[in-house]
Design a protein around this ligand. Structure first.
Ligand code: 13P
Ligand code: SF4
Length: 352
């Protein structure tokens, strides 16, 4: 069953592109950042969608590149006093909520997410209030306040398992905010879900008809799709999954060519995982295209070298702060996810 909330938040404050640096400036900034990371006892944690040079810098400096669930775990467990989170705002907030005693910096505090912007807490909360009999499950791409209103937080790498678990307990669900991911999970689990109508401006752009045309030109290619994409695109997929799951699929599928419907930032780690394969971005052009993102998140792109350097030299305007009461509420729903994920990992190990 699907009941829909009103579609809101389709106008976003798009950021400008970061200023291009010369090769020499890049070298200089990288050297300064490396020194500052040591001096400040800081570690750089980057999302797969950030630009390749940011991911490479995280790797070179003992930091980490991963999906949002794993970034949260890495930041929580790493001994550094300061975390510098190269990603979008909700990732910085999650790190702060999990480790309130650490300084959490972001290269750009304005780096948001269309799902977060499209799910204001007051409206979402009123939607939930209309359905008090349902468990509230929200995607990690939300504000701390929305997480505090929820019973569960999920990321795309664990959403299916958590909804399956709730469904097996006979629970009905309110899902927010990504309508495409929500309806994918509803199709897969047959759980009783009602949806908030948010979407990701990157994944919503992939076009099924252009993808079919591309597949006709490359019949030997496998199609990998992140489930934030429209159903018509998901239906064409050989593998559907979160960022980490897509990298795994790229390794395990026998195809030498891959058409990938997610942010092109993922190609850096995907190419590392399977250097002998050819990767092509899925098309965003075609009928109805506006190409507002062209397969690269404009907010992830804000995480440039200069911004990282600025955050490390002067924390003001870069430090994440979450209201203590909101953080307390959000921690409950975040911890439910992390504990569930840890139990799942134990089960997998036990069965191995
Ligand atoms: P992951 O949870 O797979 O890292 O994805 C986050 C995201 O923003 C997807 O668009
Ligand atoms: Fe949000 Fe989409 Fe950007 Fe991910 S890619 S951060 S879901 S706008």
């Amino acid at each position: 069953m699907s009941t829909l909330s009103p579609i809101i938040g389709s106008d976003y404050p798009f950021p400008g592109k970061p200023v291009e640096l010369s090769e020499q400036e890049k070298i200089d900034y990288k050297a300064k950042i490396k020194k500052l990371l040591v001096e400040k006892d800081a570690v750089l944690v980057a999302h797969y969608y950030t630009d390749p040079e940011i991911q490479a810098l995280a790797e070179e400096t003992g930091g980490y590149v991963s999906d949002s669930l794993d970034m949260a775990r890495f930041g929580r467990d790493h001994p550094a006093k300061t975390l510098i989170i190269a990603g979008v705002r909700f990732m910085g907030e999650t790190a702060k909520i999990l480790t309130p005693f650490k300084t959490v910096l972001m290269p750009e505090l304005e780096a948001t997410c269309s799902l977060d912007v499209g799910c204001p807490v007051d409206e979402f909360s009123a939607f939930c209030d209309q359905h008090p009999d349902r468990a509230v499950v929200v995607y990690a791409n939300t504000s701390a306040a929305v997480k505090a209103r929820a019973d569960w937080v999920v990321t795309s790498s664990i959403a299916l398992e958590i909804v399956e678990h709730l469904d097996s307990e006979g629970k009905k669900i309110i899902w927010g905010p990504d309508r495409h991911l929500g309806s994918y999970i509803e199709r897969e689990t047959k759980a009783d879900m009602i949806m908030w109508q948010g979407d990701c401006i990157v994944h919503d752009e992939f076009k099924a008809s252009a993808l079919r045309d591309m597949k006709a030109i490359h019949p030997d290619a496998a199609i990998l799709v992140h489930p934030e994409s429209p159903e018509s695109v998901v239906k064409l997929a050989d593998a559907v999954g979160s960022t980490s799951q897509l990298i795994k699929a790229a390794q395990t599928l026998p195809n030498k060519k891959l058409i990938v419907a997610t942010d092109t930032g993922i190609f850096y780690k995907m190419q590392q995982a399977c250097p002998d394969k050819e990767m092509m971005p899925a098309p965003t052009a075609g009928n109805g295209a506006t190409c507002r993102s062209c397969a690269h998140c404009p907010w992830m792109a804000m995480n440039g070298l200069k911004a990282i350097y600025n955050a490390l030299t002067d924390a003001s305007g870069h430090e994440i702060d979450v209201d203590a009461d909101v953080a307390k509420g959000a921690l409950i729903s975040l911890d439910r996810m992390l504990n569930f994920a840890a139990e799942q990992q134990l089960k997998v190990k036990g069965n191995a």
